[in-house]
Write a protein that binds this ligand. Structure first.
Ligand code: PMP
Ligand code: GLN
Length: 395
């Protein structure tokens, strides 16, 4: 232990204590509550994908350091997925990089592309690792707040004028997330086109987190930013197997971009983990080649779960912002709790009724703007969601 008065944790990380996910999952365990906080499924993904991992492990594929950019089978499968689904052509050897989950992809991208003092514009509420990764890179985060739509409360939307106003000569990079955690907003093609035009006009790099690309509901369409005019050469796209195949513990993610941008991101990534999870990479390669029926079935299952929890939350008295994508429903607690203090609400919820949720305020710089919003995850078995809804109603 050092005797100096200097804090142990460096200044860049001083504002980041334990993540809300660790805090709330621990609370769920200690109180025996249903955990609708941290977003992970309570059932594993496809049996054949799990078996593919076992096979790789048994066959000794990936048990020693895989190649730095990822195993060729997975890089080829990622390129194949992007071509089949979006018509994006990628060279698997130069334009694809496998990472330890999307979390490492985000950190490596920011560490590679941001100089101290650069401004990074990101939507608020933002996934919590964004703020920490921007800070690690020495960047300055500039939040643009998504606001509940004035007309009819139909979800949270981006104000393009606010986005435009947030860009300064110091802006280096836009950090975009669609489908968006925690609001469930899926940016429309028109919104993304406007973002793309702005990025081209102001010559900005764009990092786009598309980990929920397969989780869109009803008519919502996921449009990868890299497919829009002028974007291929300035966009780093991030994906992850965790959400799409319901194996969040495997931590297999990826970056796709130009050879130059992939090389830059790899320079940072090689000193974070160097490589990760060899056998899982082979299994994810098989998963990405699953037929369209898997992805359609997954979406149908998650749509039913969303509808079940949305109805339960409405019935329990929350205002519900029905999500067009992701694992999450954001609610406004004020009809139930006029104080509108989502933090206090979430800390008390396990004792009150045995359910854990996440206060969206942690995803805001402007905590007041996020105070009344609380996020519930619906990537759980239907009987678990029904029990949670009954508990919330009885509170
Ligand atoms: N981005 C978003 C928007 C997320 O919600 C998450 C967490 N699920 C991640 C990135 C991290 O993904 P991974 O588990 O692949 O690191
Ligand atoms: N992305 C998940 C969520 O938003 C959690 C990931 C994590 O625990 N860091 O719930």
């Amino acid at each position: 232990m050092t005797s100096s008065a200097r804090p142990l944790l460096n200044r860049r990380l001083a504002e980041f204590g334990t993540t809300i996910f660790a805090e709330m999952s621990a609370l769920a365990l200690s109180t025996g509550s249903i955990n609708l906080g941290q977003g992970f499924p309570d059932t594993d993904g496809p049996e054949q994908v799990r078996e593919a991992a076992v096979r790789a492990l048994r066959d000794g594929r990936g048990n020693q350091y895989p190649p730095g950019p990822g195993v060729p089978e997975l890089r080829t499968a990622i390129a194949g997925h992007q071509r089949r689904r979006y018509g994006i052509e990628l060279d698997p050897d130069r334009e694809v990089l496998v990472t330890a989950g999307a979390t490492e992809a985000i950190a490596a991208s920011l560490l590679a592309l941001v100089e101290p003092g650069d401004e990074v514009v990101a939507f608020e509420p933002y996934y919590d690792s964004y703020a920490a990764s921007i800070a690690l890179a020495g960047g300055t985060r500039v939040p643009v707040t998504l606001r509940p739509h004035a007309e009819g409360g139909a979800g949270f939307r981006l104000d393009l004028d606010e986005l435009r106003a947030a860009i300064t000569p110091r802006t280096r990079l836009l950090l975009i997330n669609t489908p968006h955690n925690p609001t469930g907003t899926v940016l429309t093609r028109a919104e993304l086109t406007a973002i793309a035009e702005l990025a081209v006009e102001r010559d900005l790099l764009v990092v786009t987190d598309e980990v929920y690309e397969h989780l869109t509901f009803d008519d919502a369409e996921h449009v990868p930013l890299a497919t829009l005019p002028g974007m291929r050469e300035r966009t780093v796209s991030i994906g992850s197997a965790g959400k799409t195949f319901s194996f969040t513990g495997w931590k297999v993610g990826w970056v796709t971009s130009t050879p130059e941008l992939v090389t830059a991101v790899r320079s940072a990534k090689q000193f974070l983990t160097y490589v990760s999870s060899g056998p899982f990479q082979y299994a994810v390669a098989e998963a990405l080649a699953l037929p369209d029926s898997y992805f359609a079935g997954f979406r149908a299952d998650m749509t039913a779960k969303r509808d079940l929890l949305a109805a339960g939350l409405t019935d329990a008295g929350f205002e519900v912002f029905k999500p067009a994508g992701t694992y999450f429903i954001t609610t406004d607690i004020r009809p139930l709790d006029p104080s509108g203090d989502g933090f206090a609400f979430c800390r008390a919820l396990p004792e009150r009724c045995g359910v854990v949720a996440i206060p969206n305020a942690v995803f805001y710089d402007d905590r007041a703007a996020g105070a009344p919003f609380v996020r519930f995850a619906f990537c759980k078995r239907q009987d678990v969601l029904a029990e949670a809804a009954a508990r919330l109603k009885s509170m």
